[in-house]
Design a protein around this ligand. Sequence first.
Ligand SMILES: C[S@@+](CC[C@H](N)C(=O)[O-])C[C@H]1O[C@@H](n2cnc3c(N)ncnc32)[C@H](O)[C@@H]1O
Length: 279
Amino acid sequence: MHPPTPTGVSRTAVLIAQARAREGRRRDRMFIDQYAGPLAAAAGWIGNLSRAGMLVEDHFVLRTRYFDDYLTTALDDGIRQVVLLAAGLDSRAYRMLWPDGTRVFEVDLPDLLSFKNEVLARRGAVPSCERVPVPADLREEWPGALRDAGFDPELPTAWLVEGLMVYLTAADNDRLLARIGALSGTGSRLAIEHVNQAYSEHPRMKPAHNRLAATAASWQSSVEDPVAWLAGHGWRGRITGQAEIAKRNGRDIPPIADVTVMGDARLWLVDAVQEGADR
Ligand SMILES: C[S@@+](CC[C@H](N)C(=O)[O-])C[C@H]1O[C@@H](n2cnc3c(N)ncnc32)[C@H](O)[C@@H]1O
């Protein structure tokens, strides 16, 4: 018997795990996530992806690779405190090579984290860092829970906000960024993902929105200029396009990164350093 499977917005984490599992089976894979398949299977594989679902799978794997590279660079530059906000079924704490002394905090809703902890423990999975799960709602008083779990705001931190912002309102996202800023020691970095309105309203996304709404995971927000938005919160951001990530990794440009398919629609991938810091 598996623990209760993730529901509501937490069910979206299964889609990402599936995409990561499929990527691992490709000859030209950009990463291997050996836990993605077992986690998705335990949660109940989501079948019959819509065209939109298949389209965004390309994005999910490109973004995984992009954020893996972001974290690796932060580690190479000496950062040893990492916070994955809305960690979902991401198994980076188990699959990446973390230098000794690295602590990885995973914040997500309590049920999702209980499910993940139990499935991974049953498989005998051992984190390759000091992994600290922090059950909390990111719209509420999560900084206290993070500090209580041992997070040190004086240290430089690599923050990752992957696959979350669309599910929060613009006001919640502003509060999230303000809190991240308040908890960031000198030398911290931040990487985020969000969408613009044209993406959110793209006709191809309609079936996906209908399915998300049915699982209480409707999108709540978008951002038109993520670099300006981050600047307002003290971060100097840099956008990387999916086509560039595909090219770096020897992949053809997928439809999700093709302007003839997507027009003005953008899925933003942005990494940032604190204003005034060298990159
Ligand atoms: C699309 S998944 C992304 C998970 C992970 N970052 C990844 O890329 O595999 C969205 C995640 O956000 C989490 N989430 C959504 N709303 C949340 C909230 N208010 N507080 C904490 N976590 C939340 C869900 O539980 C889910 O794990």
